[in-house]
Design a protein around this ligand. Structure first.
Ligand code: PLP
Length: 451
């Protein structure tokens, strides 16, 4: 890298020659990052930021985990690439480990290089296996950016592809959201009407191949379903010969205090997709795992799917190391225990800040939702604001936190708090303190009567 490029120039060239994702390009001034370690990353001016969202809820082990880096280095020296038609030691070893940690019954694996590709594989497999077409997804969801996954995405990242720029055959069910139910019910009196409605859709649609859910919704607000929801959905799918696909791209790898979110309810999906934490995000790897029953179908039917980078050795070696690190550091238990502490600290903020409508979460996976009014639950900003480039209040709060050395992910009218699973209680205290002070910005909006 040329020595002559200063920080401002690097930011300028990045914005001039490369796309900033999910945003208007004008006004993008990306901060240059030069280092990262543990729960912190460092900008070119030497300022340190506490990473309260593990970047994109993916750096599960924290930055620069030595064992994962060593696995990448060793694999790069040994066998950096070989075509997916060959067997490798890392492919066999990772498969055995996956069998150990994935929900039981998921026995055959297709490796991709992203979460969206894992979902594309799931859709194609579900369609080939069932001979049916339709996929039922939910509105409060994100499943990826490619034409299939974005078609199944309920949030406004789908809108630019409406109506013709996405795959046909995806229909939407109401999400499970007990804070602000999309169909106006209240738990538990509702009898889980949102799940029952999925059955009504299956019965009336015909041709349904699969139901796709994030078992704990991620970016769209860390929506944790009530205990009956996932088992009920499992039964509905089973009764109608429809596959249940669990998208655990964000909720997997200990994030919720179990290896996978479905483990909370002992639910076995027919297909599980994941990515992100599988390598603690150091290399791009995704996974589409299917049951033995689905796998057997392809013994005698053409498996019509593949990528040049499928089962890329350089992506598999760090996944082995990352899983072993989660085990060695006992991070599933840690996500439960330290996650409960994080939840307590965040919940306490609700007493101080009128702008907080809800604090919810599970394990090391939390959302703080901001509202103008607790009664009406009216958010500060809408989905339409997000895609029209209207400045969002949550982004102002997040910018104030960055000034004070804490990085947090904001989405429309809430924050997603999902730090590396190695975060300490002391680091949580620091980050929550910075959030606490920054929330005065939102409270002032309410006092000032701005809308
Ligand atoms: C639940 C979920 N599914 C799929 C994806 C897409 O993953 P990727 O960005 O690796 O394509 C994401 C990304 O945030 C996600 O959160």
């Amino acid at each position: 890298m040329s020595e002559s490029l200063d920080q401002a120039k690097i930011s300028e060239l990045t914005a001039k020659y490369t796309y900033g994702t999910w945003r208007f390009q004008k006004g993008w001034k990306p901060l240059q990052i030069v280092d990262a370690e543990g729960c912190y990353f460092v900008d070119a001016a030497g300022k340190r930021y506490l990473d309260f969202s593990a970047q994109l809820m993916c750096v599960t082990l924290g930055h620069k985990n030595k064992a994962v880096i060593r696995a990448i280095e060793e694999q790069a020296r040994k066998l950096p690439y070989i075509a997916p038609g060959f067997a490798t030691d890392v492919r066999a070893e990772l498969s055995l480990l996956l069998k150990e940690v994935l929900p039981s019954g998921l026995e055959k694996y297709f490796f991709t290089t992203s979460g969206t590709e894992a979902n594309e594989a799931a859709f194609k497999i579900a369609r080939m296996f069932t001979g049916k077409t339709k996929i039922i997804a939910r509105y409060r969801s994100y499943h990826g950016s490619t034409m299939g996954s974005v078609a199944a995405t309920g949030d406004p990242r789908r809108w630019a592809m409406e109506p013709a720029g996405k795959i046909p055959g995806v229909i939407f069910a109401p999400e499970v959201n007990c804070y602000d139910c999309p169909i106006g019910h209240h738990y538990p009196g509702c009898g889980i009407a949102c799940a029952e409605y999925v059955e009504h859709m299956i019965e009336n649609e015909s041709d349904v191949a699969a139901v796709l859910v994030e078992p704990v919704v991620g970016t769209n607000g860390v929506l944790v379903p009530p205990p009956e929801y996932m088992p009920r959905l499992r039964r509905i799918c089973g009764d109608h010969g429809v596959l249940l696909i669990a998208d655990e791209v964000m909720s997997g790898w200990g994030r919720t205090g179990r290896w996978f979110a479905v483990d909370h309810w002992d639910v076995r999906p027919d297909i599980l997709t994941t990515a992100k934490g599988i390598t603690t995000a150091y290399v791009p790897l995704g996974l589409c795992a299917t049951t033995g029953r689905i796998a057997e179908y392809f013994d005698d039917h053409y498996f019509s799917h593949g990528h040049t980078y499928e089962a890329h050795p350089l992506t598999l070696a760090p996944a082995i190391a990352a899983i072993r690190e989660i085990q060695r550091l006992d991070l599933i238990r840690r996500a439960q225990e330290v996650g409960a502490y994080l939840g307590e600290k965040l919940s306490a903020l609700k007493d101080k800040h009128a702008s907080i409508g809800d604090v919810r979460g599970i394990g090391m996976f939390w959302a703080v939702e901001l509202v103008k009014n607790r009664e009406s639950k009216q958010p500060f900003n809408t989905k339409a604001d997000k895609v029209s480039g209207t400045p969002l209040l949550v982004d102002r709060v997040a910018a104030e936190m960055m000034k004070n050395g804490v990085f947090i992910q904001a989405w429309i009218s809430h924050f997603v708090i999902a730090p590396p699973l190695i975060i300490t209680e002391n680091e949580i205290d620091i980050a929550v303190g910075v959030l606490d002070r920054a929330l005065d910005i939102a409270d002032a909006e309410i006092r000032g009567g701005h809308s």
